[in-house]
Ligand binder design. Structure first.
Ligand code: ADP
Length: 241
């Protein structure tokens, strides 16, 4: 599914947070939104997720006007750093959740859901954790479950907001490599928010550098490192290396 964002703006209480965003993400691409805190990355992701509404601009996903589609027709998977698992549900039930709340006509039967959950548990390498509860898992394991919950509905768009932000460096590195594999296997169109350059360049096909509500540059590691498009990009790259 290609995602096309055209001249999108958003303010909160008179403060412009998105100042005219134009961005196309191709089908199957993994794109990172990279920028300092407050640059508008999460707001852009939330608009794509349907959790915020833009003031102006359009958002098209595979030709459909995304902003006008009913939430249940959008098929978005998201993993946010603070979007916790349901603590009273087992790992299996957390992963199955998105399938059990589909409209009745589309809801798979119980056996089909169980088989799908089994498949995901194996795929995510957490087959031994299915009957545990979130409180009994490590941070890295929880984020694998969160990704399983997001993938269960076979999302057309997968959105990740600093999914490994709260984890320590070694676990982050493992999960990064693992996420890249998951992406290659599923081929889902993925947008990933981070303020961590290393994470962005290691994971993404293209990196979108944001500053103060604008896209400053889009490119791969070499393009952005060797030819920063603005003083802002040069400064940001230098400042956080
Ligand atoms: P980033 O993800 O790059 O850190 P955000 O999109 O979270 O940036 O935030 C951009 C700006 O918008 C920040 O100044 C933030 O305080 C402000 N902001 C975000 N959400 C809200 C909200 N719901 N109400 C008011 N201000 C908000």
């Amino acid at each position: 599914m290609s995602i096309v964002i055209d001249n999108m703006t958003k303010s909160f209480g008179g403060t412009s947070v998105l100042r005219g965003i134009d961005l196309t993400v191709e089908t199957g691409e993994l794109v990172a939104l990279l920028g300092p805190s407050g640059s508008g990355k999460t707001t852009l992701l939330k608009i794509i997720a349907g959790l915020e509404w833009p003031d102006a601009g359009s958002l098209t996903v595979h030709g459909a006007d995304w902003l006008r589609l009913a939430a249940q027709d959008r098929r978005i998977g998201f993993v946010f750093q603070h979007y916790a698992l349901f603590p009273h549900m087992s790992v299996r039930d957390n992963i199955a959740f998105g399938l059990t709340v589909r409209p009745r006509a589309e809801r798979p039967g119980r056996a089909v859901i169980a088989a799908k959950v089994d498949e995901l548990l194996h795929f995510l390498q957490i087959a031994h954790l299915g009957d545990r509860y979130p409180a009994q898992l490590s941070g890295g394991q929880r984020q694998r479950v969160a990704l399983g919950r997001a993938l269960a509905i076979q999302p057309t768009v997968l959105l990740l907001d600093e999914p490994f932000g709260a984890l320590d460096a070694a676990v982050r590195r493992d999960l990064r490599a693992w996420l890249r594999n998951v992406h290659e296997e599923t081929g889902s169109t993925t947008i990933f928010v981070t303020h961590d350059q290393e994470e962005a360049f290691e994971l993404a096909d293209r990196v979108v550098v944001m500053g103060d509500g604008r896209i400053e540059q889009i490119g791969n590691a070499d393009q952005i490192h060797d030819h920063p498009a603005s003083r802002f990009v040069a400064g940001f790259m230098g400042a956080t290396i």
